[in-house]
Design a protein around this ligand. Structure first.
Ligand SMILES: Cc1cc2nc3c(=O)[nH]c(=O)nc-3n(C[C@H](O)[C@H](O)[C@H](O)COP(=O)(O)OP(=O)(O)OC[C@H]3O[C@@H](n4cnc5c(N)ncnc54)[C@H](O)[C@@H]3O)c2cc1C
Length: 428
C-alpha cells in the first residue's frame, strides 16, 4: 500500500460502528478529536428492528456517561429503570429453591433518600439509533460506511488504512471495535483466552398480565440462566393501556436451543411459560425469536503499536450478568480521557505510554468481570446436587448480610475503582 497524496488525516480511526465503536467515536469527537468511524454495513441498517433483537442493561454509571454526552435525552423515554434484582435457582424438576438473593436499589444508595435505579433496560435498536443521531450532528466525526478496513499498516508515526472503496485513511491511532470476530487483534499478534460455552441465548420479548414493578429476575436453570428484564410498557392503542413487557435472555445448551427454536408456536410458548412461571400471571412470547451463540474472548493485551482494542474486540463475555457493554463503556471513558489528556499537553495520542496508561487502567476491572461471569456460568448452569447445595447456601448467605448485598449491588451499578471523568458524569 503506497501512501496516497489525498489520504484523509484524522486523529482516531475507529473500525466498527457497533454500540462500542459508535460510542467511542462520539465521545472522542465531542472531546475535539478528529475521528473517522468505519463500518462495512450501511449505518441505517444497524437500527432496523430486524437487525438486533436484544435489550441492554445500561448500568447506573454508564447512564451518567450517556447523560454527559447528550445521548440520554434521546433514550430516557425508552428506558425502563431496574429497581431490584432477584436471583433464584431452579432444578430439572422445575422446583425453585427456597433460597434466593434480592438486591434492592435503596440499599445501594449513598445516603437515605438518595436512591437511584441500579440501571435501565433499553432496546438495542433504540440505543443504536440514539448514538447514530448524535453522531450525525458531531462535526468532528466522519461516518465512513458502508466501507471496510481491508489492510491496516501501523508505522512509527501514523496508521494507514486501505478501505474497500479504494479510499486511504491516515490516523494517529486506530481503535478496533470490530467485535469478538475482528481481525485486527490477530493481525497484531495479540493472543486471547477464547472458548465457546456450548450455549445459545434465545432472546425474545414476553407480554405478561401483571406489571414487573422494575424487578429484574435471574432464574438459574440447569441449561443456563433465564433472565427476565423489565421493559417499558408497549404502546397504548385505542385508549387502552399497553402490554406489560419483559425482555428475555434464555440460555440453553446449544443442542437443546436448536430443538426449541424449531418448535411450532404453541409448543415453544408452552416450554417458555413453564420456565417463566406464573408470578406475573399469563405470559406469552411476542414477536420474533432471536438466538446468539455464547463464547468468551479476552485479549492478552489491549494495545499494540498505534492500536487499541475496545469493547468485545478486547473482551466478549457471557451475558449472565448483563455487563459486557458496560465494560466497553468504561473502556471508552478511560480511553478518551487518556487521549484528551495527551492532546492537551501537546503529546502524541498514539504514543506507547499513552496507550499503556489506558491498558493499565482497564485491565483489573475487565479481568475481574471476565473471571466472575465465567465462574458464575460454570457454577450455576448445571443440576449437580453438591453444587446446587453450595450455591444455594451462597445465595442465602449473601442475602442475609446487608453490607455484602450493598457491595454487589454497587458493583453491578459500576461504582467501583478509579472512575474516569465521563463515568462520573463530567466532560473529559
Ligand atoms: C444475548 C446477549 C445479551 C446481552 N445483554 C447485555 C446487557 O444486558 N448489558 C450489557 O452491558 N451487555 C450485554 N451484552 C453484550 C453486548 O451486547 C456486547 O458487548 C456489545 O453488543 C458489543 O458491541 P461491539 O460494538 O463491541 O461489537 P459488535 O456489536 O460486534 O460490532 C462490531 C461492528 O464492527 C463492524 N466491523 C467488524 N470488522 C470490520 C471491518 N474490518 N471493517 C468495517 N467494519 C467492521 C461490524 O460490521 C459490526 O457492526 C449482551 C450480549 C448478548 C449476546
Amino acid at each position: 500500500m503506497s501512501p496516497s497524496p489525498d489520504s484523509a488525516r484524522v486523529d482516531l480511526a475507529v473500525i466498527g460502528a457497533g454500540p462500542n465503536g459508535s460510542l467511542l467515536a462520539l465521545a472522542a469527537g465531542e472531546a475535539g478529536l478528529r475521528t473517522a468511524l468505519i463500518d462495512r454495513l450501511p449505518l441505517a441498517t444497524l437500527t432496523d428492528p430486524g437487525f438486533d433483537g436484544r435489550t441492554t442493561a445500561i448500568a447506573y454509571t454508564s447512564q451518567r456517561l450517556f447523560a454527559a454526552l447528550g445521548i440520554w435525552d434521546e433514550l430516557a423515554d425508552q428506558a425502563e429503570p431496574i429497581l431490584d434484582i432477584r436471583i433464584s435457582d431452579t432444578g430439572h424438576d422445575g422446583r425453585t429453591s427456597p433460597f434466593f438473593l434480592h438486591f434492592d436499589h435503596r440499599e445501594a444508595a449513598e445516603a437515605e433518600g438518595d436512591a437511584v435505579p441500579m440501571g435501565w433496560i433499553v432496546e438495542n435498536r433504540f440505543l443504536r439509533a440514539a448514538l447514530l443521531r448524535r453522531l450525525r450532528t458531531c462535526p468532528a466525526v466522519e461516518l465512513v460506511a458502508p466501507d471496510e478496513a481491508l489492510d491496516t499498516r501501523r508505522g512509527d508515526d501514523k496508521v494507514e488504512i486501505a478501505l474497500k472503496s479504494g479510499r486511504q485513511l491516515a490516523a494517529r491511532l486506530v481503535a478496533s471495535a470490530e467485535g469478538r470476530f475482528g481481525t485486527l487483534r490477530e493481525e497484531a499478534g495479540i493472543g486471547a483466552r477464547a472458548w465457546s460455552y456450548g450455549q445459545v441465548a434465545i432472546v425474545l420479548v414476553a407480554h405478561h398480565e401483571r406489571p414487573h414493578r422494575g424487578v429484574a429476575q435471574e432464574k438459574f436453570l440447569p441449561g443456563g440462566p433465564f433472565a427476565i428484564l423489565p421493559m417499558t410498557d408497549g404502546e397504548a392503542i385505542d385508549g387502552k393501556g399497553g402490554e406489560h413487557r419483559s425482555s428475555i435472555v434464555w440460555t440453553e445448551r446449544a443442542s437443546i436451543a436448536k430443538r426449541l427454536l424449531e418448535l411450532d408456536t404453541p409448543r415453544f410458548n408452552a416450554e417458555f411459560a413453564r420456565r417463566f412461571g406464573d408470578f406475573l400471571g399469563h405470559v406469552e412470547p411476542a414477536g420474533p425469536r432471536w438466538s446468539y451463540p455464547l463464547s468468551l474472548v479476552h485479549a492478552e493485551r489491549y494495545v499494540d503499536r498505534r492500536m487499541v482494542l475496545v469493547g468485545d474486540a478486547a473482551h466478549g463475555i457471557h451475558p449472565i450478568a448483563g455487563q459486557g457493554y458496560n465494560l466497553g463503556v468504561r473502556d471508552i471513558a478511560a480511553l478518551v480521557e487518556v487521549l484528551v489528556d495527551a492532546q492537551r499537553l501537546g503529546l502524541d495520542i498514539g504514543a506507547a505510554d499513552t496507550l499503556e496508561r489506558f491498558a493499565r487502567w482497564r485491565r483489573a476491572d475487565n479481568f475481574t468481570m471476565v473471571a466472575a461471569t465465567d465462574l458464575l456460568n460454570r457454577l450455576f448452569s448445571n443440576d449437580i446436587a453438591p453444587l446446587r447445595l453450595a450455591r444455594d447456601v451462597g445465595l442465602a448467605a449473601v442475602n442475609r448480610v446487608p453490607s455484602l448485598r450493598r457491595f454487589f449491588a454497587r458493583h453491578a451499578m459500576g461504582l467501583g475503582g478509579d472512575l474516569p471523568r465521563l463515568i462520573r458524569g463530567e466532560r473529559p
